[in-house]
Design a protein around this ligand. Sequence first.
Ligand code: RIB
Length: 280
Amino acid sequence: NLILNEAKSIGVVVPNIGNPFFSSFINGIQRVSREFEYLPFNFSGANDSSLEEYYVEQLIGRGTNGLIIASSSITKNTIDKILKKNQIPYLLMDQNPLSDGDQVRTNDRVGGHLVAQYLLSMGHKKFSVVVPNDATDNIKLRITGFKEELVTQGLDPSSMINTVYSPLTKRGGFDAAITVVQSDATAVFAVNDELAIGLYRGLKKLGLKIPADISVMGYDGIDLDTFVEPELSTIQQPIARMGELATQLLINRINDPTISQQVVELPVRLIKRSSVSTPK
Ligand code: RIB
């Protein structure tokens, strides 16, 4: 029987469906949804808070049982006036400031430590950090961790880091290349892989070779990392697992709205590939 009277659904809003991070994340959501006989409806907010609000309202109006919102541009107003008012179970990922509800997160600070440890161990002392200027708290924590590790090793971050602000997209990475090249950095930390891959293209256009001329480190561990040349060194987040757990926690909350706050923190790990070498 294809007509399900009691079909249960989950609404999912991600910021940018063009980033493979979110396709892996959605795969994880689908796996657990299917297991528990929920149907996920996925939307990309294109980093536009009014569009996100529209999808959230539409989903609630159509009786969705719960929401996973992985978008950072969702406003406090939407949370209070739409989600809380309608008493709809929801789980926020990557929020700014971090949500006081159920959460699935990874340890971004440790991720930042790992990047710094690795680049320092390869002999780098001058860094470019590429980051959006409206970075979410979890992304800011990667940079906090990066700086913390320099301090732990007795170094002064202010004289070692040149920060380049650019949108969290491939284009953002591409456009950042010129500023990175004008600095004296021998290694770049791009706060996600998408930025790093855009940067690859920009550096290539400017005639630089990775890692011979400049080392590049990403963050996320998306599937494209092993299909670019050179393969991208990164911090791996367990992306599909994050989607699975987000769904599991949301379903727990749908089943019993009175349970106490659920917070799961997953580990990250350093993946050394070919985009980092010793400086020239
Ligand atoms: O690449 C997408 C980024 O958005 C990831 O790093 C994830 O953690 C989220 O912040």
